[in-house]
Design a protein around this ligand. Structure first.
Ligand code: AMP
Ligand code: MG
Length: 400
């Protein structure tokens, strides 16, 4: 049996970047930058006002006070978006709005609350420091500066920054299309009558959501019954359309081994047992550069194995550097024992209270009990032979 770390290292070592593509900015949310982005102009590009008020020469209003205001002549009105046409000399001021370009000669902006005007003149009631209320040219970014390094994940602030930098098309790493196939004679599509012995196919839906959440593109390939020709046709079709193939079911020991047989026909696939609960039996291989994951069929196993193996692999393919959920220490609020030889990824509600994380497992933890995940927001990692009691520390990760 492989440890989770060993299996994960094997998987990740064989995962390559998918490639680079140019995308319009609006399609880039969640993508990873594949090139350094530099500014090709200063930001801000000109000195501008941080307030609505009056652009003045600070020296002119040095003696201003409530009882003894300084009167200046207003020479111009400067809303945002207009270039000044007049220079400010001593005794003059320009009315200016937030974002308005500071006129030549002025060196401070008095905010409107400290002034009184009759249009032609303005009374200034307060002195001001030189430079006050001005956003100076290049105070944020200098022309030529590296702003967004390669490898950065594009979130909404990065989208806004890319727009500031006038990047219309951006080089980002491609994100994989992932074909999802459920296997099993017992699986019934939604909407159809459940015959005796049959169950709903739920894995495909959970996996679909997980692929989307990882920023990738699921392709729903439906159900394949446990027949060699059907499985093979589906698997091949999936591989053709997608960059990654994910199947569920048919990789455990007691199974009809045909899923295994068919996966083996595609290329070199490892069937391994991983020392984890749930999700011990798994298949993994790379065929024509495309990773293939054979997930176990039990509903919790399929979701947890995706979380621990497929998600980081998809993130790596998409250029992400941080591919793992952060783990942290939580304090147990109930008892949990692990007398198996496999690490137990138990489903738990993890809450932060007074700066500490607390974890409570979500009832029965069988690998078929999907409710244990529905009620949970994370996993706790219960080591082999652990007998945890309330108050004990445990490693945890949040899945939200
Ligand atoms: P298997 O790994 O194919 O032996 O399946 C293990 C268990 O998971 C069995 O109880 C299956 O009925 C169940 N199972 C397999 N595939 C699915 C699926 N797509 N949705 C829900 N349950 C499934
Ligand atoms: Mg099966």
């Amino acid at each position: 049996m492989l440890t989770v770390e060993e299996a994960r290292t094997k998987v990740l070592n064989s995962i390559m970047l998918l490639g680079v593509e140019k995308k319009p900015i609006l399609g880039c949310l969640g993508c990873v930058l594949a090139e350094d982005v530099r500014a090709d102009y200063d930001i801000p590009p000109f000195d501008n006002s941080q307030m609505d008020g009056y652009a003045v020469i600070a020296e002119d209003v040095a003696a201003a006070s409530q009882s003894n205001p300084v009167t200046l002549k207003v020479v111009e009105n400067l809303p945002a978006g207009y270039a000044p046409t007049k220079k400010i000399f001593h005794g003059k001021a320009a009315r200016i709005m937030t974002g308005g370009m500071i006129p030549e000669g002025a060196d401070a902006v008095v905010m409107v609350e400290d002034t009184q005007t009759d249009e032609r003149d303005v009374k200034i009631f307060t002195p001001i420091q030189k430079g006050e209320n001005i956003r100076f040219r290049a105070e944020s970014i200098n022309s030529g500066e590296l702003v967004l390094p390669k490898g950065k994940v594009i979130r909404p602030p990065e989208m806004a920054m890319l727009a500031t930098l006038n990047c219309v098309e951006i080089a980002v790493y491609k994100r994989p299309k992932v074909a999802l196939i459920s296997t099993g004679d017992e699986l019934t599509p939604l909407g159809e009558e459940l015959k005796p012995g049959m169950i709903r196919d739920s894995n495909r839906y959970g996996l679909y959501g997980q692929v989307l959440e990882a920023g990738c593109f699921p392709i729903d390939m439906g159900i394949a019954v446990d027949r060699v020709d059907v499985l093979e046709a589906k698997f091949r079709a999936g591989l053709k359309q997608a960059d990654v193939l994910v199947t569920s079911g048919g990789v455990s020991v007691g199974d009809y081994d045909i899923v295994k047989d068919v996966l083996s026909k595609l290329g070199e696939i490892d069937f391994w047992k991983v020392a984890m609960k749930p999700g011990k039996p798994q298949a993994f291989g790379v065929v024509d550069g495309k990773p293939i994951f054979g997930l176990p069929g039990n509903p919790v196993s399929s979701l947890v194995v995706f979380e621990l193996f497929v998600r980081p692999a998809l993130l790596k393919m998409s250029g992400h550097i941080d591919i793992f959920r952060p783990t942290f220490t939580a304090i147990m609020e109930n008892s949990i024992k692990n007398d198996s030889e496999r690490i137990h990824y138990a489903r738990a509600i993890i809450e932060k209270r007074n700066g500490k994380y607390y974890a409570k497992t979500t009832g029965p933890q069988g690998s078929g009990i999907l409710l244990s995940l529905v009620l949970a927001n994370g996993l706790i990692i219960v080591p082999v032979d652990a007998n945890l009691k309330p108050g004990d520390e445990v490693d945890a990760l949040l899945m939200t």
